[in-house]
Design a protein around this ligand. Structure first.
Ligand code: SF4
Length: 134
């Protein structure tokens, strides 16, 4: 994996948090059915992590908007979104694939309505079969 920022919140540890990131207090495993996005190039979130932090939203709303716009052109946005949706405990803060925590909560609720309680498994299987949307 290269080029993806690590915005794993304090109190979580994942495979990528072991690669030199911060805040390893407890172990929260990532859902194994959805692989972490694997970027060939450096992504905007790794170059400008401050834009992707919603902790500063009140101070710098333009950075949040810039992050959301940048995600639209990211080559791993689809994979990033599914991973973020499948791992709510690891994505409680920040912009992931152009979404805020509140927007991700709404998307999870809609996916559960549409695909059922095992929506992550259903989305992972669809992704494996080459479907475009979770
Ligand atoms: S979609 Fe956005 S948050 Fe996800 S890897 Fe790309 S730039 Fe980073």
């Amino acid at each position: 994996m290269r080029g993806i920022r690590c915005s794993v919140p304090f109190g979580a540890e994942t495979a990528h948090s072991k690669k030199g990131c911060y805040g390893v207090l407890d172990f929260v495993p990532a859902d194994p059915r959805v692989p972490f996005p694997d970027a060939v190039d450096v992504t905007a979130c790794s170059e400008h992590p401050a834009w992707f932090s919603d902790r500063r939203q009140g101070e710098a709303p333009e950075e949040l908007e810039r992050a959301k716009e940048t995600c639209c052109t990211c080559p791993v946005a689809r994979q990033c979104l599914l991973w973020a949706l499948a791992n709510p405990a690891l994505t409680t803060v920040g912009v992931w694939a152009g979404t805020t925590p509140k927007e991700r909560a709404l998307l999870r609720a809609r996916l559960e309505q549409r695909l059922g309680p095992d929506w992550i498994g259903a989305a992972a299987r669809r992704r494996g079969r080459g479907r475009r949307h979770p």
